[in-house]
Design a protein around this ligand. Structure first.
Ligand code: HAM
Length: 372
């Protein structure tokens, strides 16, 4: 952690992650009184005092999700699905593989840790410096060390599955059934332990499947004991977080085209009061439908209005004049090619949706639940 003294000699620590703080907030704000589970998200900067390298910074951003107050494995499947939906929406889901494991209850973990320490007894000198220290403090981390000798030793180490308690085993089997039902592929990875101490049962990470560096874009798991550890009642919970800089780097790598938030779908040009009367409600209806629309409602000539449409970079323009009003049509113009066609006025919105593609509509409506 990033810990230092301020000018008055007080010890300050910058938060390394969000989960513990969210649980603290859940308790302080009495969220146990709300309908459970409580579903929260954050997009925030965090700080870790590690050696900076490609994709690893001392200050970085995470987008994270925490769901507190539900113990069903169906929720674990849903949470994993949500992470995948985000990766898919960003256009980079194909680059990653879901790594899945169960690290059981604290009791079964204790037994397993004892067996690990037994196994490593006498082999300490073959371990890297870090792992020699971790053997005493957090032996599970020896399993995911990337140093060559440590990897070799970890290969022959006892497997957690032998020590998993029956409840966690059943839970994990149920989770896998739900994932299968959702068509979500995963790699069972008995060596996946995660770097944070609060996990229980389900743990998962998304690994880059095009490199060996095992750089995770995100990860998470269940932490059924954390609420109690921070002074609350026994409360199950699960969550995950993804690194924003890593998301962006991978979107660049996959050459994902990011639409500008102000990018227009359509410009509405009109001549005369009758046309304006038709265009006003159309503009509103199109906006409500998620078509990003700007209308020229002043008195400029058609040429001047089309110039404005060009400046906005609108790919399509709807043109209405008195003739069109009388004929009950609108002209839809492709601004790039300069071609245009007549469309029956009541069908003009459908036509625009067809042209820009339903999936490109702006579907963000404030107040609407994003998930669940
Ligand atoms: P984490 O695996 O430590 O989990 O971090 C999640 C993600 O944050 C990583 O997969 C990575 O993309 C990004 N990340 C971590 N450290 C750095 C860094 N130094 N530089 C750039 N990116 C980084 C957690 O933090 C848990 N709180 C996740 C969680 C939520 N578990 C349950 N709920």
């Amino acid at each position: 952690m990033y810990t230092f003294e301020d000018r008055k000699g007080r010890s300050l620590t910058l938060r390394p992650e969000g989960t513990a703080a969210i649980v603290r907030s859940y308790l302080q704000n009495n969220m146990a009184m709300l309908a459970q589970p409580v579903q929260l998200y954050y997009i925030e900067p965090f700080f870790r005092y590690n050696q900076p390298q490609k994709g690893r910074y001392r200050q970085f951003w995470q987008v994270g999700v925490e769901v507190i107050g539900e113990s069903d494995p169906a929720l674990d499947a849903q949470i994993i699905q949500l992470a995948l939906v985000i990766l898919k929406d960003l256009g980079i889901d194909k680059l990653f593989t879901l790594q899945l494991n169960s690290i059981g209850t604290p009791e079964s973990r204790k037994k397993y840790i004892a067996s690990l320490q037994d196994y490593y007894f006498g082999k300490e000198r073959h371990l890297c410096e870090n792992c020699q220290v971790r053997l005493g403090s957090n032996p599970l981390r020896l399993l995911d060390c990337k140093e060559e000798d440590c990897v070799t030793l970890a290969k022959l180490a006892p497997s957690f599955s032998e020590y998993l308690d029956p409840e966690s085993k059943e839970f994990h089997a149920d989770l896998k059934e739900f994932l299968d039902e959702l068509g979500i592929a995963y790699v069972e990875n008995p060596k996946l332990v995660r770097g944070l101490d609060y996990y229980s049962k389900t743990v998962f990470e998304f690994w880059d499947n095009t490199s060996d560096s095992q750089n995770a874009i995100g990860g998470g798991g269940r932490y059924d004991g954390l609420v109690e550890l921070l002074g609350g009642p026994s409360t199950p919970a699960i969550g995950f977080a993804m690194g924003v800089e890593r998301l962006i780097a991978n979107m660049k790598r996959a050459k994902v085209r990011v639409p500008h938030k102000d990018e227009l779908h359509v410009f509405v040009a009109q001549l005369g009061k009758e046309a304006k009367k038709k265009c006003l409600p159309l503009i509103m209806q199109m906006r409500e439908r998620g078509i990003k629309t700007v209308g020229a409602l002043g008195k400029g000539s058609m040429g001047a209005q089309l110039k404005i449409a060009d400046k906005f970079g609108a790919p399509w323009t709807i043109i209405m004049g008195l003739t069109e009003v009388r004929e009950g049509v609108a002209i839809v113009r492709n601004m790039k090619l300069g071609t245009q066609e007549k469309v029956k006025f009541p069908k003009v919105m459908d036509k625009i949706i067809e042209l820009i593609g339903e999936e490109n509509l702006d579907t963000y409506h404030p107040g609407e639940l994003l998930y669940g």
